[in-house]
Design a protein around this ligand. Structure first.
Ligand code: KG4
Ligand code: ZN
Length: 347
């Protein structure tokens, strides 16, 4: 298949509850960028419902890609490549995104690229225009989202070493579950952070699993259980706002302590890291961001957080990962399967 090396790249993201399409020039300039969140479709259920997510991707994706192409003034045949997230994620959404990308690639006669969602998060920091200078390999990635909590040594494109990950819940999941227990709306992270500002972080004593333990694995499920038990012995009736705020503040302080400690250990495992990169929705949390910044500074490393719209799920990161892969001469055959489970260190 003919390769157009100076042509733009289309990226598609549909692995969870954001439908997204983006078009990037081969140097990383963003030509079009669209994201549609499904939060409202799932809010009534208190979490992402896979079947609803898949149908919502199917309903939105085609119009979204066509709008991105219109904004960039391009047709499918002008593209160098059509890339889609092929895993990890919810299988229904992955099938919608990759099926669309493969069909369009076949029809337009352009190459297809299957992108690993975690690799896309990992490489976002290298997108030109994000940091003052390009982030050099190796760097430490702290991926903190609703589905993932991982410390990764990013040693090159396709070269990822998992230093630690959650043994149970993801950190965003811990925020969402705790927020639900406190009666806050989904997704709970932002609501819990807002409530925590009114509370006393020392009011409630909570366990800090794995704190000080060697390595940089995380564990959050005990924390959620501790809060559930705490609430079970509260007097019946609605939890007073001041009490809920104290619990929220104590929970957030606990998570902040755990993440700070785990980052300190991760940095000891990768002393040659050029920087610490945080990605994922939880990176929006100001208290967490501040603590991670302090810990990184103590080790003499800059903490770099891509702008929030590029930290959370988006298609710019998918197109950028595709550019990094294309530069290595890679494309994917059209029979490449989706992988709901696809750990970074198996790439
Ligand atoms: O990366 P993301 O948008 O989606 C994936 O999970 O892939 O992350 C969403 C997660 C949710 O669990 C949400 O509650 C959490 O990030 N989150 C936050 C904040 N904003 C979003 N957690 C804590 N504090 C926040 N400000
Ligand atoms: Zn993600």
């Amino acid at each position: 298949m003919e390769r157009k090396d100076d042509a733009p790249i289309l990226g598609i993201e549909s692995s969870c509850d954001e439908t997204a399409a983006a078009i990037l020039a081969p140097d990383g300039r963003i030509l079009a960028e669209l994201v549609l969140s499904q939060i409202e479709d799932h809010a009534a259920f208190g979490g992402v419902v896979p079947e609803i997510a898949a149908r919502a991707h199917l309903a939105a994706l085609d119009a979204m890609v066509r709008q991105a192409l219109r904004e960039a003034g391009l047709g499918f045949a002008d593209l160098a490549c059509i890339a889609a997230t092929a895993g990890p994620g919810l299988i229904g959404g992955l099938l919608v995104g990759t099926g669309y990308a493969k069909g369009a690639a076949l029809a337009a006669g352009v190459p297809y690229l299957a992108i690993n969602h975690l690799e896309a998060h990992a490489l976002t920091a290298r997108l030109p225009g994000q940091a003052s200078a390009p982030v050099a390999f190796p760097y430490l990635l702290l991926l903190l989202s609703g589905g993932h909590s991982q410390c990764v040594a990013v040693e090159g494109v396709g070269r990822y070493r998992l230093l630690g990950s959650t043994l149970d819940d993801a950190v965003g999941e811990a925020f969402d579950k705790t927020a639900k227990l406190l009666g806050l709306p989904y997704p709970g992270g932002p609501a819990l952070e807002a409530l925590a500002r009114e509370g006393d972080a020392k009011a409630v004593k909570l366990p800090r699993p794995l704190l000080g333990r060697e390595g940089c694995d995380f564990s959050f499920s005990g924390l959620k259980t501790a809060i559930a038990q705490l609430l079970a012995v509260e007097p019946p009736g609605a939890l007073p706002r001041a009490r809920a705020a104290d619990i929220a503040a104590s929970f957030q302080a606990c998570i902040t302590d755990i993440l700070g400690d785990r980052l300190r250990h991760a940095l000891a495992m990768l002393p040659q890291a050029s920087a610490v990169i945080v990605a994922g929705g939880v990176a929006a949390n100001q208290a967490i961001r501040a603590r991670l910044g302090e810990v990184a500074a103590q080790a003499g490393k800059p903490l770099i957080a891509p702008p929030l719209r590029l930290c959370t799920d988006n298609a710019v990161m998918v197109a950028w990962a595709a550019i990094e892969r294309l530069r290595q001469g890679e494309t994917s055959p059209l029979d490449t399967p989706c992988k709901p489970r696809w750990p970074l260190d198996t790439l």
